[in-house]
Each structure stands twice: as C-alpha cells, then as structure tokens.
Design a protein around this ligand. Structure first.
Ligand code: SF4
Length: 63
C-alpha cells in the first residue's frame, strides 16, 4: 500500500502528520509529503484515516 499527497491541493494544515507521522511529514515548503514506497503495515490504518480526514482530499492511499 502506498500514499500520495497532491501538492496542488495540500494546504499544509498538518493533520495527516498528526494522525500518521510514520507516513506523512510536513516538508520545508510547508506542505505534506508521503513516504516513498510501501507504507509500514502498522501504519496502514492511520494512513487511511488521514486520507478520509484531509480537508482538501489531497491524500490518496492505494494498493
Ligand atoms: S491533511 Fe491534507 S491538507 Fe492537511 S497537511 Fe495533510 S495533505 Fe495537506
């Protein structure tokens, strides 16, 4: 499972990093970045929570 952040939609609210810090980090530009590669299994649930709770629907979590 992989996570993606659409940089054009992210508003830098920080919610995803709060919910799932192993997968999402706020970068120097103030926008969220997802880790490259597969999400650790232990973080799959929180990554999906972040996807559903992101206010701008910037996050996609896919198989
Ligand atoms: S929750 Fe959405 S808008 Fe907020 S920082 Fe994460 S990707 Fe950006």
């Amino acid at each position: 499972m992989k996570a993606y952040v659409d940089q054009g939609l992210c508003i830098g609210c920080g919610l995803c990093e709060s919910l799932c810090p192993e997968v999402f980090r706020m970068a120097d530009d103030g926008l969220a970045k997802a880790i490259e590669g597969d999400i650790p299994e232990s973080s799959e649930d929180c990554a999906k929570d972040a996807e559903s709770q992101c206010p701008t629907e910037a996050i996609k979590v896919e198989e």
